[in-house]
Structure formats: structure tokens, C-alpha cells
Design a protein around this ligand. Structure first.
Ligand code: THU
Length: 391
């Protein structure tokens, strides 16, 4: 496999990228052969398409001002990020993670590298369409594939790898399921990100800076050129190892605590809740294997009310228990009920890894760790007490 760089003049707003590439190829004595794959950098495509914005022309909204302060961004850039994305997932100083049409991007793909001073480059408006158009105009009778390439970091890894923003004329992901491993076992989940891998190969030559090589031809790759649109496939966030594993909030009840839920239902029946009429039952499973049940107790002076969860915790502590695995809480509500803030705080004293099973009388249940329900909790550790548990 060969990776052949195409030098071009600097591509500016309004330039005809295809003409610039053809000129660069002619200068280097390059002509397409059947099976070639042209990888073009995303920022070059976007620049030629005029997706360059002068920051002075942008007026930030109140939301952009607030988010810019939170994530240490230029408020005008933050405004553009809001316009260019469906959702802001979160961020760290300098970078916000955004979602757009099921794809995750840093800063909605807005970049100030390779942009004139005071300007930023947005993503191409429709990278898929651009890829098809470049393919149509570049091919001149040859069977070629096109990939518009970008770069990304992997979680917790330093350094960027190539990622395909769009492609045309090849399948971006090859399904390797059903093939055999070295020991004859069938591969179950392996799919090869062919287009991403090709962009990584291309970037070894293209670089990210002032190399003046906005495109490369990959020759001899064992990738079939086909008449396909080559849309980049995505998976749902809950199927994604990173997003699925790291996202907080109530999750599906995966089973294993049916007995604990039954015990909480028993306690529910004995709740003393004449004022609110809202009965709650809880069952707390200690590491010892014992279960401590309790229900809410109300009072004519409502400040004296005690929730079911804290009542169960008090019972367990009085028996000498200090380590807990799970707590089930049941109420008669349209959705599984979740522990109130005070109960979350009381319980997290004994560990963020306690599983909380939230249920209702309709047989619905949800489950989350206590740490997910109370992120960044205030614990004994914050007081500098070594006996305080970390979460
Ligand atoms: N309650 C609980 O027992 N646990 C909770 O997590 C939420 C609220 C009780 C307190 C009160 O007796 C009634 O529900 C209505 O707030």
C-alpha cells in the first residue's frame, strides 16, 4: 500500500478545491488508477466551501456567555458551537463535547488551526454531499473512493488518530463478524473502521500543520471501490462502551435484587404516612447478608418525618453494620421512586458503590449506584478524616 501526498497552493475561501487538487496532482505527475482512495482534510474542504467565520461578526447569546465562562472559551466561539450542535454533553476548560446527528465532536468541529487570525473554520455544511461531489468531479472515468478526514483523540489517550467525517465510493465500516480468529473461534463483535484507519494512514503524510499537503492518494489498499454512498454508521449512546459506562443517572434494572424489592414492599405496607398519604418502604442489604427493612414515619410536625431509607440505615447501624451492598426503595408512584437528597447523603457516608434499586408497586424498577445519584458528594474525605470513606 502506498500513501502519496498531494501538495497544493494554500486553499482559500471560494477556491475550487477539485481544481487545486488536480493541479497539485499534475505537478507531482500523479494520475488516478482504479482502486485509489483520495483522503482530503476536513478543514480544507470546509475552507473552500466558505465555512470560515470572522469571530468579530458573531454576537454571543446569554447562554453562550454563561457556557463560555464555565468552559473557558471565547464567547463568540461558544455561540458558533451552540449553533452547530444539537447538544452540549459537557466539557473541560477549553473544550466542550458536542453531539450532532448522533456524532460526538469536540467544539462542534470548530477549529482555529489553519484559519486566518481572528477566524475559525466550521465543519463542511454537508460533508457527505461534499465527498460525493468531489468523487464525481475527480474520478474522470476511474474507480476511486473519497474520504474526508478529521482527527480525534481516544478516551484517556494522548495524541490524535484519523477519523472519517464522510466518505463516498467505499464502505466505511467492514463487518468482520463471522470470520474466525487464530483459534478458530468466530469473531462476535469485530467491525473494522476501514475509513478511519485509512485516514490515520493518510495523516502520517498529511500532518496537521503547515505541511501544505491537504490530501493524499492511498494506492493498493485491499478495499473494494463500490457505488455506495458510504454513510458513516453510528451506534446508540447506550451501546457505546464509553458513553454507556460513564453516563450517570438511573439505569435499567438488570435483575438480581428481586428479594430485596419484595422486602421493601413488605415494609411499604407498614408505613406510617397519614399526612402525605405517600407510603415508602426500603430494604437495605448489608455485606453480612442481612436485610434491614423500614418504612417512612411521619409526624404532625412534618420536620420530624423520617424517610424509609434513613430509618433502614439507622436500624442496620444499631446492629453494628457498617458496610452495605444495596438498598431497594418502593413507593406507589407512576415511576420508580428515587431516594431524596438527604437519604442519598446519609447513605453515601457508607460508600458510593452501594446499588440503589428504585421501584414502584407496578413492578417497574431502575437501578443506579449511589455515586451516580450523588456525584461529587461531600464525604468524610472532604473533612480530611481518614476514616471517611471515599466515593
Ligand atoms: N419519603 C421517603 O420515605 N423516602 C424518599 O426517598 C422520599 C420521600 C417519604 C417522606 C415523606 O413521609 C413522604 O415520603 C412524602 O414526602
Amino acid at each position: 500500500m502506498e500513501v502519496l501526498g498531494i501538495n497544493t497552493d494554500i486553499v482559500r475561501v471560494g477556491d475550487d478545491l477539485v481544481e487545486a487538487l488536480k493541479k497539485g496532482m499534475a505537478k507531482a505527475g500523479l494520475a488516478f488508477q482504479d482502486g485509489d482512495i483520495l483522503v482530503v482534510s476536513e478543514s480544507t474542504v470546509a475552507t473552500a466551501e466558505g465555512r470560515v467565520v470572522a469571530l468579530d461578526d458573531v454576537t454571543p447569546s446569554d447562554l453562550a456567555l454563561a457556557l463560555a465562562a464555565k468552559f473557558c472559551k471565547d464567547p463568540r466561539e461558544m455561540e458558533l458551537i451552540l449553533c452547530e450542535s444539537d447538544e452540549i454533553i459537557g466539557g473541560i476548560p477549553g473544550v466542550v463535547l458536542t453531539m450532532n446527528k448522533g456524532f460526538l465532536y469536540p467544539n462542534a468541529g470548530i477549529d482555529n488551526s489553519n484559519a486566518p487570525p481572528g477566524h475559525v473554520v466550521l465543519f463542511p455544511a454537508d460533508a457527505q454531499k461534499s465527498a460525493s461531489e468531489i468523487r464525481r468531479r475527480m474520478a474522470e472515468g476511474k474507480e476511486i473512493g473519497i474520504i474526508i478526514g478529521d482527527s480525534r483523540t481516544h478516551p484517556l489517550r494522548l495524541g490524535c488518530v484519523g477519523v472519517a467525517l464522510a466518505c463516498a465510493g467505499l464502505e466505511p465500516v467492514e463487518d468482520a463478524r463471522g470470520q474466525k480468529d487464530l483459534f478458530g473461534r468466530e469473531l462476535k463483535i469485530t467491525r473494522k473502521a476501514v475509513a478511519d484507519n485509512l485516514v490515520s494512514a493518510a495523516q502520517i503524510i498529511m500532518g496537521e500543520g503547515d505541511e501544505g499537503i491537504p490530501a493524499v492518494i492511498i494506492r493498493g489498499a485491499p478495499i473494494p471501490i463500490r457505488e455506495v454512498r458510504g454513510e458513516i454508521p453510528t451506534i446508540a449512546p447506550q451501546e457505546c462502551m464509553y458513553i454507556g459506562a460513564l453516563s450517570s443517572g438511573p439505569c435499567h434494572y438488570t435483575g438480581g435484587y428481586d428479594e430485596l424489592i419484595d422486602q421493601a414492599k413488605k415494609a411499604f405496607a407498614n408505613a406510617y404516612a397519614p399526612y402525605s398519604g405517600f407510603k415508602v418502604g426500603a430494604a437495605l442489604l448489608a455485606k453480612s447478608g442481612k436485610i434491614y427493612m423500614a418504612s417512612n414515619m411521619e409526624n404532625a410536625s412534618s420536620g420530624a418525618d423520617i424517610c424509609a431509607e434513613r430509618a433502614a440505615l439507622a436500624r442496620a447501624l444499631a446492629e453494628g453494620e457498617r458496610e452495605f451492598l444495596a438498598i431497594a426503595v418502593v413507593g406507589d408512584a407512576p415511576e420508580p421512586i428515587s431516594p431524596c437528597g438527604i437519604c442519598r447523603q446519609s447513605l453515601i457516608e457508607f460508600g458510593g458503590d452501594i446499588q440503589v434499586i428504585m421501584a414502584n408497586l407496578r413492578g417497574e424498577a431502575a437501578m443506579a449506584s449511589l455515586a451516580d445519584l450523588l456525584p461529587r458528594a461531600f464525604t468524610g474525605r472532604c473533612l480530611g478524616r481518614p476514616e471517611g470513606r471515599s466515593n
